[in-house]
Design a protein. Structure first.
Length: 629
């Protein structure tokens, strides 16, 4: 009985603290944020304490020992963050940034707590990477290799930079998490709690349910819609996959293929504006562009991502002869719009405010208010006090992985800046690539995917953004294109074996092998892999430059490229393809990427003529079978 009572008290404490965290961010977004160090330290304190009570230090521990440890850790978080909020902010300039003995102790405590927070939420991958960088900071003076060693640093200098400034732990990533990201994640939670997810599912089913391979196409469409607001690949899988995966299995898709399709489709939600897995705000802060510009730039690449999966899904449905769902059992689009269509209006409010020049935080704040007001137009969707509090609680909990990733990445940023390693890596990569951009892009792609395995998209993007993106800029790539390139591959890492978190989540729903699901998901999503190359070589697809002819050409080339790669990788386009036919399509793909009149003409000609001949041969065969019959 006492354990149950203690559990209820802990749950009530977690809910209350999460609501307080959400209220803090709503207040600062609507009425003005605090100075940088204070805003970030308060945000981090909330995130740390919530994490300690939600995520166990170790599964299976004695509840009383765990509770005592969590309380101890929470006191450490309050002291170390409180020192920044209430002491350091007011006296730091008087001591010219120097760290006292107390600062050193509290700084070390905070860094250890951040590492444990990250470990509890997302496992050991990111904390180990961070610890390696910290070790390099202290031991680099003993490394006598060219470009790798440095002059060294002591604990006082390290803590002064990482803990007492906005250049280390409290740098840009955590600053963005504490401001723009927090309010938009809460906005997403309000949208989801209002019932917009059910509307997206019904709309997607009404639009694509009766088409060839209906349930799989529903998965792609609904994942695009849901992902645009949820911003989480795994969350998207759990939300839409719980409906689409059983439907796909029922219609004849093998379980592993159903899971692979859902995992791959859900991953694309992190590329689709407006939320983009929270990374849009970090990209905007890094390159100094408005958030709306990043959303515009991301839109067409996101559509291409979903289109590539849609093409693969269609080919697989034809291969397995899977028809659509019966029309009579499908929801109708018009009744769905009448019942829940109004729930989409808050997204319109957000876009309108951004276009009119409002700050992202203000736009997010008033969009949340609009969710409450607009949802009240229908009795079924009306949000009462309970639903509002639940949305705030869910929003605060959804911030935790992002805050952990941003804090850990900030420590890495601090070490890179202190030691000059960032510039050295840039120089080395350029040397390895011999100054050849395509080679550098392939290296950047591999690094982005490798660093993204096993950690969240935000964390993966941050690591590659601080190491790889500057190298691409150095080679003449625009800053926005460079960041979009590495961000895209950081997202794709969630479906790349051997560690593919989205695929693993889908495998759990489908009750199939996780690794096989990851392999199938990788194959289904493989056409996505060339989209970032179009971003670099045909930046017109970001809709921010070029005339209408250039934009149209870029769109045609990118569509033909993903079509060719989807067909070649699948081994099916209207019929099973022979090996030499697949090789022909593969060979045409590079001809569509770089602007070159001769190459582009050959690429277009071969892909279009070859696809047309395939279609005609299948059509003739069907017609002849009908005549014989």
């Amino acid at each position: 009985m006492s354990n149950k009572l203690s559990g209820r008290k802990t749950a009530l404490f977690i809910s209350g603290l999460a609501v307080l965290m959400a209220l803090f961010h709503l207040y600062t977004s609507g009425f003005g944020r605090f100075p940088a160090l204070q805003q970030r330290s308060i945000h981090l304190a909330f995130a740390l304490i919530l994490t300690f009570f939600i995520y166990p230090f170790k599964k299976g521990w004695n509840p009383k020992v765990s509770l005592a440890l969590n309380i101890l850790y929470s006191i450490g978080a309050l002291l170390s963050c409180g020192n920044i909020t209430f002491v350091i902010y007011y006296v730091l300039y008087e001591r010219a940034g120097a760290a006292t003995s107390i600062d050193i102790v509290l700084g070390v405590v905070l860094i250890l707590l951040v590492l444990d927070m990250t470990r509890r939420i997302m496992g050991w991958a990111l904390p180990i990477i961070t610890l390696i960088f910290i070790a390099y900071g202290f031991l680099g003076s003993y490394i006598h290799l060219p470009y790798i060693g440095h002059s060294g640093m002591d604990i006082s200098r390290f803590i002064s930079y990482e803990y007492l400034s906005t250049e280390g732990l409290f740098t840009v990533p955590l600053g963005v998490s504490a401001t723009f990201i927090a309010v938009f994640v809460i906005f997403a939670a309000f949208l989801v709690n209002s019932g917009v997810g059910e509307f997206f599912m019904q709309s997607a089913t009404a639009i694509a349910g009766d088409k060839t391979g209906g349930p799989a196409k529903v998965a792609v469409v609904s994942s695009g819609l849901m992902g645009s607001v949820s911003g989480s690949a795994v969350g998207n899988v759990v939300t839409t996959g719980s409906i689409t995966i059983p439907l796909m299995k029922r219609m004849g898709y093998p379980a592993v293929l159903a899971a692979g399709i859902e995992g791959t489709a859900s991953t694309g939600g992190q590329i689709m504006p407006p939320l983009m897995g929270a990374a849009a705000f970090i990209i905007a802060s890094y390159i100094g562009k408005p958030y709306l510009i990043v959303c515009i730039a991301a839109f067409i690449p996101a559509v291409l991502s979903f289109l590539s999966v849609f093409i693969m899904v269609h080919f697989e449905a034809e291969r397995y002869n899977i028809k659509g769902l019966p029309k009579e059992g499908l929801p109708k689009l018009l009744p769905a719009l009448k019942k829940r269509g109004h729930l989409v209006f808050p997204i319109g409010v957000l876009v309108f405010m951004l276009v009119m020049g409002a700050t992202a935080m203000k736009a997010g704040f008033y969009s949340i208010i609009s969710v409450i007001l607009i949802s009240s137009l229908q009795k079924d969707t009306r949000m009462g006090i309970k639903e509002i509090l639940l949305a705030m609680e869910n929003g605060a909990k959804a911030i935790l992985p992002i805050a952990a990733a941003c804090a850990c990445s900030g420590i890495v940023v601090g070490v890179l800046t202190l030691t000059g390693l960032g510039l050295k890596i840039s120089y080395l990569l350029v040397q390895i690539a011999h100054g050849i951009l395509p080679i550098l892009l392939i290296l950047a792609m591999l690094a982005s995917i490798l660093l993204g395995m096993g950690i969240t998209t935000t964390a993966a993007y941050l690591l590659v953004a601080i190491i790889i993106a500057p190298v691409l800029v150095q080679m003449g790539v625009s800053e926005l294109a460079a960041h979009m390139f590495v961000f895209y591959y950081a997202v794709i890492s969630t479906i790349t074996p051997p560690v593919a978190l989205a695929a693993y989540a889908a495998a759990g729903i489908a009750e199939t092998d996780p690794f096989k699901t990851a392999l199938v998901g990788f194959r289904v999503g493989i056409a996505k892999f060339i989209v970032p190359f179009y971003i670099i070589y045909r930046p017109e697809i970001m809709l921010l430059s070029g005339n209408l002819l250039k934009i149209f050409t870029a769109l045609v080339m990118s569509f033909l490229g993903i079509w060719a790669l989807a067909a070649a990788a699948c081994g099916y386009a209207f019929r099973e393809l022979k090996l030499y036919e697949r090789l022909i399509l593969f060979a045409c793909i590079p001809l569509t990427i770089q602007p070159n009149l001769l190459w582009n003409t050959i690429g277009i000609g071969v892909i279009v003529i070859f696809s047309g001949l395939l279609w005609l041969s299948v059509k003739r065969e069907k017609d002849s079978n009908l005549i014989v019959f």
